[in-house]
Design a binder for this molecule. Structure first.
Ligand SMILES: [Zn+2]
Length: 231
């Protein structure tokens, strides 16, 4: 596993011009383009969450692979389509009284108009930092955040991953599940027991505290991976 992870990091380094430096643009226009909506509802959970998907415009992509709103939306669809994501709550409803959740479960539908529950925005580091800082959150040019009904995803990490993620797709699942988890009502959680899976609501890119990296709310068996609440 360690070997695979090192190999993954090496591949990531080779994919970049120089490991440790980034070619992802720091800033864009601050405006956003919206992905098309979809008639498809993903999952069978009780509560429908409608979401808008947006990507910042005015990004000078250069040699960086361009991310379109529809491509970003497709990745999110893929994440919800995995039963280990929040859609797994349909088969395994979540009760968390500390978050006012009682047998809670969710299903998801992408919309393109203003009538939505939450918006998921992919933006350059400067734009993420500006929006998140406006609500008191310091994203340091690398983290993503959620405030109110808005999720801001850092474009650099979206393209390059995080040092602790074995793969880009793992990073994508982790950051989308984590930030949507905030919107669904969850705060941060800690590592329950060293050696166990880290809750997706743990800030894993900061510290793992002995837990194993994990990017999904549920295990393949449908167990909700949680840990002690943190402020
Ligand atoms: Zn968080």
């Amino acid at each position: 596993m360690q070997t695979a992870r090192i190999a993954g990091l090496l591949a990531l380094c080779l994919a970049l011009t120089a490991c440790g430096s980034s070619t992802v643009p720091e800033s864009g226009s601050g405006e956003f383009a919206t992905a098309d909506g979809s008639p498809d509802v993903i999952g069978d959970g009780e509560k429908l969450i409608t979401y808008l998907v947006e990507v910042e415009t005015g990004v000078d992509w250069g040699d960086v692979p361009r991310v379109t709103p529809d491509a970003f939306a497709d990745e999110i669809t893929g994440i919800w389509s995995d039963p280990r994501s929040w859609t797994g709550s349909a088969a395994h409803p979540i009760t968390a009284p500390e978050h006012d959740l009682f047998a809670a479960s969710w299903r998801f539908q992408r919309v393109s108009g203003p009538d939505r529950d939450v918006r998921i925005r992919l933006a350059t580091p400067d734009t993420v930092d500006a929006h998140c800082a406006a609500t008191g959150l310091d994203t340091e040019g690398k983290y993503s955040c959620r405030f109110g009904d808005t999720i801001m995803i850092n474009l650099r990490r979206w393209l390059e991953g995080s040092p602790i993620s074995p793969s880009i797709s793992d990073y994508h699942a982790g950051v989308i599940n984590h930030e949507m988890g905030h919107f669904l009502g969850f705060g941060h959680q800690g590592c329950a027991t060293p050696g166990s899976l880290a809750p997706v609501m743990m800030q894993q890119s900061i510290a793992l505290d002995g837990c194993e990296p994990n990017v999904w709310p549920f295990t393949p068996d449908g167990d909700f991976v949680s840990g002690p609440s943190q402020i």
